[in-house]
Design a protein around this ligand. Structure first.
Ligand code: COA
Length: 260
C-alpha cells in the first residue's frame, strides 16, 4: 500500500508513522485520516510489529488540527458526521488497538492533533511542543474526543480552562499536567520513543493488549473495568506467553515470548 499523506518506517518491531503534510502543518484532512486508519489496521495485523510511534513531519508541527479548509462550509449534519466518522475511523480506533501506540509530539499539537495524541496510549514531547484545543476560537468545540479525553488526562478544571480559553500550553506545563509523560529535545525525541518501545517489546505483547483493554474499560460507559480485569487476568493463564514468562522466571533466565 502506498500513501500520499503519511510515511511508515519499520525497524525491529517498531513502526514509525509520520504524518507528512508539513506545508499544512500536518493538518488532518479526510484523506490523511483514511490513510492513518488503513496504516493502523495493517500494522495491528502485522505480528512483527510490537509498538507503533506516531509523529509529525518537519520541525514545526505534530498536527495543527483538523483541516479547517475542509469543513468551513459544513452544515450541522455534515459536522456531526465528520466527528462520528473521524472518531470511529481514527481516534477510538487507535485507542482500542492492542498494539501500543506512543505519540511523539514534535511541535504544535492543536485541535485534532492533540486529540490524536490523546487517543494514543501515552505521549512524549519535544521541548518546543505546544498543545491546545483552540476550537472555541473558531466557534466550534473539539469533535474528535477532546472534551472527553482531556479531562480524563488532566482533570476537569484544567480541561475546562484549556478549552474555554483556547490557549496553548508548552511541553513543561503539559508534563506537569500529566498530558505527556516525558519531555526531551527535538533531536532526541524519536530516540526516546525507540528506547521506550524497546522496553515495551521485552514484555508479552499478548498481556500488553489485555492490559490496554482493561485500562480502557475504566473509561467506558456501562462497563465495569474491574470485571474486565478479572476476565483478562484469567485469560492470561491460558496463553503461551504466560507459560514462557513464568517458566523463564523460575529458570532464572530472560523470557522469549512467542506472542501467543
Ligand atoms: N487546517 C488547515 N490548514 C492549516 C491548519 C489547519 N488546522 N493549520 C495550519 N494550516 C496551514 C495554514 O493555513 C498555512 O497554509 P498556507 O501556507 O497555504 O496559508 C500553513 O498551514 C502554515 O500555517 P501558518 O498559519 O502560516 O503557520 P504559523 O506558524 O503562522 O501558525 C499555527 C501556526 C499552528 C498557530 C496556526 O497555523 C494555527 O493557528 N492553525 C490552526 C490551529 C487550529 O485552530 N486547529 C484546530 C482546528 S479544529
Amino acid at each position: 500500500m502506498s500513501y500520499e499523506n503519511i510515511l511508515i518506517k519499520k525497524k525491529e518491531g517498531l513502526a514509525t508513522v509520520t504524518i507528512n503534510r508539513p506545508k499544512k502543518l500536518n493538518a488532518l484532512n479526510k484523506a490523511t485520516i483514511e490513510e492513518l486508519h488503513t496504516a493502523f489496521e495493517t500494522l495491528e495485523d502485522d505480528a512483527n510489529i510490537k509498538v507503533i510511534v506516531v509523529t509529525g513531519s518537519g520541525e514545526k508541527a505534530f498536527v495543527a488540527g483538523a483541516d479547517i479548509s475542509e469543513f468551513a462550509n459544513f452544515s450541522p449534519e455534515e459536522g456531526a458526521r465528520l466527528a462520528r466518522k473521524g472518531q470511529e475511523m481514527l481516534f477510538d480506533y487507535v485507542e482500542n488497538l492492542s498494539t501500543p501506540v506512543i505519540a511523539a509530539v514534535n511541535g504544535f499539537a492543536l485541535g485534532g492533533g492533540l486529540e490524536l495524541a490523546m487517543a494514543c496510549h501515552f505521549r512524549i514531547a519535544s521541548d518546543n511542543a505546544k498543545m491546545g484545543l483552540p476550537e472555541v476560537s473558531l466557534g466550534v468545540i473539539p469533535g474528535y474526543g477532546g472534551t472527553q479525553r482531556l479531562p480524563q488526562l488532566v482533570g476537569k478544571g484544567r480541561a475546562m480552562e484549556l478549552i474555554m480559553t483556547a490557549s496553548m500550553i508548552g511541553a513543561s506545563d503539559a508534563k506537569d499536567y500529566g498530558l505527556v509523560n516525558h519531555v526531551t529535545s527535538q533531536e532526541e525525541l524519536l530516540g526516546l520513543a525507540e528506547k521506550l518501545a524497546s522496553k515495551i517489546m521485552k514484555n508479552s505483547s499478548v498481556a500488553i493488549g489485555a492490559a490496554i483493554r482493561a485500562i480502557n474499560d475504566n473509561y467506558r460507559d456501562g462497563v465495569n473495568g474491574y470485571d474486565t480485569e478479572i476476565a483478562e487476568f484469567g485469560d492470561s493463564f491460558g496463553t503461551e506467553d504466560f507459560k514462557e514468562g513464568t517458566t523463564a522466571f523460575l529458570e532464572k533466565r530472560k523470557p522469549n515470548f512467542p506472542g501467543a
